[in-house]
Design a protein. Structure first.
Length: 586
């Protein structure tokens, strides 16, 4: 409770301080946008109305990149609702509410209150409005900017923790006790510096505790998605309208660093292709992987790491493409791979472990459309997802593409998050969304999600061997229970799995698959600039629940929420005072 009081006092202090100190200055160009920010949706709408593709399907972007993308948008060709989205972005860039300036330095606070209530009828079914969706009760993110050269950010908040967000008996997002209060704040924080050489070309260097996304998809990119959270990353990015480069090192856990680099290119204005290569060694930081232009696979570093005790390296490769054949339509494809055995690597030797290395690939295909109709847009999204059983999974959890974490509270759960989609490997999925969205007013929509999840998609595969935030290094005895077709002991001997030795021939979903069907209705209504309401009922039918044959679960959940943006209250009041003053003078 002491931390709750401190957060509440800090919230009130910051809000009261900056409320009285408003200055005319926009946001700094090195301010970063977290992956689920509304600006990414608005940029996609503007691109579709112009019939082009840009680089808005990855995050985090800085505001200098957003400005560069806006420079390519033909404002006069936009529909009426498209112009509202464009104006909303400009308003956000120029917003000066709740900020105080000293020369080129600015301190900004953006306090808001979110009040949410939840109910779920079946305690055996998971939440579908889950910990990724639930909002903090009180939030007051602080940003310190130095013109367009540097920004520093922390999302100060008071809210329930991730463990409480998954509990069946959590009915609201108000933290009422020490066990459900989130003491691990902030979750999003960064330092970001950079420089724009021209209106369209610049660079950025950042250290963040923020999700990353490489590809825009309803279920989360199969390459790298926003559903891997709370990982610290250091990155360098260079951007332009035709090509971009980004190199990063992301720490998943102790001795677990993901080294990655990405290249994006546009072919004309209709086609965009991107590549991502990454490596996840289990060991100390390795300088070789910092080389920005080296093909990481070229090191064959698995030969070096296999010489150590219980150590190896995971390799990762991804390709994504976007195509805009006509206005109001985007076709996208994403492909990822963590293992592929060439025919020359196979032999007739039954004791050769290479013969049992399973291919591990996944693909995501979809179409997205925003069609302007009257004062809003009809939004249609159709998507398919297939992940082979061993995508992201390697011969040990230590170099598998998953991050594990826990919280500081009592009775906290262990969390496992894949590098890509939250549904992970060994999954077949399809999703459909249809909605009508009127900017700054209301939206209503329908979502359907189908999942066929195999046994290797579940976090339980890590718990079964005792691997988690408290125990990361898996010894020989625990590796004997691991789900990979084989494991290598510290003495170099190969141990083949009795259950999964034929893993190379497995197809998703494996074992007793769990079939999930979820139908969701959702709506938002904005009463004014500072007060917004939302509602979301969902009905789920789960067959073979928990991978238990014949077990069926039905669950209904209902969410009701309201959001108050205090920065908008001040803006509205200021506008009323200015109008009243002008009226009295006239």
């Amino acid at each position: 409770m002491k931390r709750l009081k401190i957060c509440a006092a800090l919230f009130v202090f910051c809000a009261a301080f900056v409320f009285a100190q408003g200055q005319k200055a926009g946001r700094g160009g090195q301010t970063l946008l977290e992956p689920r920010h509304w600006i990414y949706d608005s940029l996609q709408i503007l691109e579709q109305e112009c019939g082009i593709v840009q680089f808005s399907d990855q995050a985090p972007l800085n505001l200098a990149q957003v400005r560069a993308m806006l420079g390519e948008i033909d404002y006069d060709s936009l529909s009426a609702p498209g112009k509202v989205h464009y104006d909303n972005i400009i308003e956000y860039l120029q917003d000066s509410a709740f900020s105080v300036n000293a020369s080129i330095m600015q301190v900004r606070a953006e306090p808001a209150l979110n009040l949410e209530g939840y109910v779920k009828t079946n305690s055996s079914a998971p939440w579908f409005y889950d910990r990724f969706e639930k909002k903090h009760f009180l939030e007051c993110p602080i940003t310190i900017s130095v013109a367009d050269y540097a920004s520093f950010y922390a999302d100060i908040f008071a809210g329930i923790n991730k463990s409480a967000a998954q509990d069946n008996d959590t009915f609201c997002n108000v933290p009422y006790g020490p066990n459900n209060f989130d003491v691990n704040l902030p979750h999003n924080a960064y330092g970001s510096v950079g420089y724009a050489f021209t209106d369209t070309v610049g660079f950025n260097i950042r250290v963040t505790n923020m999700s990353q996304a490489f590809g825009r998809a309803e279920t989360g990119s199969i390459i790298q998605s926003e559903y891997l959270t709370d990982a610290t990353s250091a990155a360098l990015s260079i951007y332009s309208p035709i090509v971009q480069y980004a190199g990063a090192i992301t720490q998943y856990n102790n001795h677990r660093y993901l080294y990655s680099h990405k290249v994006d290119a546009r072919i004309g204005k209709k086609v965009q292709v991107s590549f991502m290569e990454a490596a996840l060694p289990y060991g100390d930081m390795d300088l070789r992987f910092f080389n920005p232009m080296m093909f990481l696979h070229n090191y064959a570093s698995w030969l070096d790491y296999q010489k150590g005790d219980n150590s190896d390296v995971g390799s990762f490769f991804g390709i994504k493409a976007n195509f805009a054949p006509i206005k109001s339509l985007r076709i996208f494809a994403l492909w990822s791979m963590t293992q592929f055995q060439l025919p020359v690597e196979l032999s007739e030797d039954d004791t050769d472990k290479d013969n049992y290395v399973p291919n591990a690939m996944g693909v995501q295909l979809g179409v997205e459309s925003y069609v302007p109709i009257k004062s809003g847009h009809l939004h249609i999204n159709v998507e398919g997802y297939y992940a082979q059983p061993y995508l992201y999974i390697n011969s040990s959890p230590n170099w598998s593409f998953v991050k594990t974490s826990s919280e500081s509270n009592s009775n906290a759960k262990d969390f496992y998050e894949w590098i890509g989609s939250r549904y992970g490997p060994d999954t077949v999925a399809a999703s459909f969304r249809a909605s009508y969205e009127v900017p700054k007013k209301w939206s209503a929509g329908f979502k359907y999600l189908f999942l066929a999840r195999g046994e290797l998609s579940e976090p339980g595969i890590f718990k079964a061997v005792g691997w988690g935030p408290r125990v990361l290094n898996i010894g020989d005895s625990d590796l004997g229970k691991w789900v990979y077709p084989f494991t290598t002991a510290s003495d170099g001997s190969t141990q083949f799995s009795k259950k999964y030795k034929d893993g190379r021939n497995l197809a998703a979903p494996t074992g007793t698959p769990e079939f999930v069907n979820v139908v969701t209705l959702y709506g938002t209504y904005r009463l004014n600039d500072w007060l917004e309401f939302m509602s979301q009922p969902s009905l789920a039918i789960i067959l073979n629940s928990g991978h238990e044959s014949g077990k069926t679960e039905f669950s209904f959940e209902f969410v009701l929420g309201a959001r108050i943006k205090f920065t908008k209250i001040k803006k509205n009041n200021a506008g009323k005072k200015e109008y009243a003053q002008n009226d009295s003078e006239n």
